[in-house]
Structure formats: C-alpha cells, structure tokens
Ligand binder design. Structure first.
Ligand SMILES: CC(C)(COP(=O)(O)OP(=O)(O)OC[C@H]1O[C@@H](n2cnc3c(N)ncnc32)[C@H](O)[C@@H]1OP(=O)(O)O)[C@@H](O)C(=O)NCCC(=O)NCCS
Length: 185
C-alpha cells in the first residue's frame, strides 16, 4: 500500500514539475557522457565504460526522467550470466538534485523492476534508501550464507562480492531458484 502511495505521489509530481518518464533503448552521445561522468563521481554508483554502457542501453533499455529533453533521472539493468541462468542487476540509479525527495528514485526502481518481472533480478547496494525501497518492492534480502557457493564464486569473479556494508536483494523468481540450489548443496 505504501508502495502505491509513493508511486501515486511521484506521478503527480512528474506532472506538477512538467517531467516525463519512459522506457528507452538509446541515449544521445551527450547523455551517455553525462551518465559516465555521474557514475564516476558518486561513490554509490559503479563507474562504467562507454562500451559497456552502450551495450547495456541498447540491449537492456533503461527508464529515464526528462525535463523537456534534458535527462534528470535514470536507471539501468546490467546483464550477468550466472551458470545456466541470466540475472539482471539494477544499476546506476540517479536523480538530479533539484528533483530529489519526490519519490522519483522509487518510481524508477519500481518501473524497471516491473519491466523485468519475468526475469531473475538482483540489487546490490549499501544505500539505505535503496535497500528500504527493495523491501517495499517485495525483494528478498539474502545474507551471504544463504547464497549458494557457486553463485558467490560468480559474484566474486564479476567483482560483485563487496564489503559487509553491501546488501543483496533478489526478486521472487531468483529467490526460488537459489533456494532450490541451496537444498542441493
Ligand atoms: C539515491 C537517489 C536516486 C534517490 O533519489 P530520490 O528521487 O530522492 O529518491 P526518493 O524520492 O524515492 O527517496 C528519497 C527520500 O525522499 C523521501 N520521499 C519520497 N517521497 C516523499 C514524499 N512524498 N514526502 C516526503 N518524503 C518523501 C523518501 O522517503 C526518502 O527519504 P530519506 O532520504 O529520508 O530516506 C538520489 O539521491 C541520487 O541520485 N543519489 C546519488 C546516486 C546514488 O547514490 N544512487 C544510488 C546508488 S545504489
């Protein structure tokens, strides 16, 4: 219920502030440069490189928030091959400072999660707001000992096995798959 109230408020704020939000499969060179700059500046975001970002946008799409044509918010999905399955990780959530605290961060997270609802998805974050939002979205928090050994190995190889301050959230579909694997260990 709280989730619906935040989304309703965020949508009203979009209209109020004359913003638009949509799913996109390509961004301009200028916008890509902006995202690369932001992800390099903020220690909560993972720095990425142009080739990976281009592939990510073209293949996985993204949700944006725009003021007229200017990009003021975004969220992306990064694709990982994990054993026999493909896992999508939500990455590079960003809302421009003047537009924060309107629920837009949550709206972007909710929209991309809904878009990928049929897929295995994961969110790895130490940002308290993002973790609280993951709970609101019904994602399941997993401690490291609940994650099967070979998945941990994959995360380690991908550089995704981070410090103790990071939390791992998975959607229902990935949770069920991990539980089954854990039972087989
Ligand atoms: C993290 C980030 C995307 C959040 O964006 P945002 O649009 O401000 O997010 P939300 O509005 O959904 O939530 C932020 C806060 O506003 C509050 N809020 C949202 N709607 C509200 C409302 N209608 N009334 C009052 N408060 C509200 C939320 O509860 C939350 O509160 P808190 O900070 O006290 O916990 C933004 O701060 C950012 O871009 N940070 C830099 C990059 C970054 O850290 N990304 C995350 C990487 S994991």
């Amino acid at each position: 219920m709280k989730e619906k109230a935040i989304i309703k408020h965020a949508k009203m704020q979009l209209t109020e502030l004359d913003l638009t939000s949509r799913y996109e499969n390509s961004l301009s060179f200028h916008e890509m440069a902006k995202i690369l700059h932001i992800s390099g500046l903020d220690r909560n975001l993972n720095a990425t490189i142009p080739e990976i970002l281009t592939k990510r946008i073209n293949e996985n799409g993204c949700y944006t928030i725009r003021k007229e044509n200017e990009l003021v918010g975004c969220i992306f999905m990064h694709k990982h091959e994990m054993g026999r399955i493909t896992v999508y990780e939500r990455v590079t959530l960003w809302v421009a400072e003047p537009y924060r605290k309107n629920g837009f961060g949550f709206l972007l997270m909710a929209k991309i999660s809904a878009h990928y609802v049929e897929c295995y998805t994961i969110s790895i974050s130490k940002n308290n707001q993002v973790c609280a939002n993951n709970e609101l979205l019904g994602m399941k928090h997993l401690s490291l000992d609940e994650i099967p050994e070979f998945v941990l190995d994959t995360l380690r190889t991908l550089g995704k096995l981070r410090g103790a301050d990071y939390k791992y959230y998975v959607n229902h579909k990935l949770y069920v798959w991990l539980q089954k694997l854990k039972e087989l260990e």
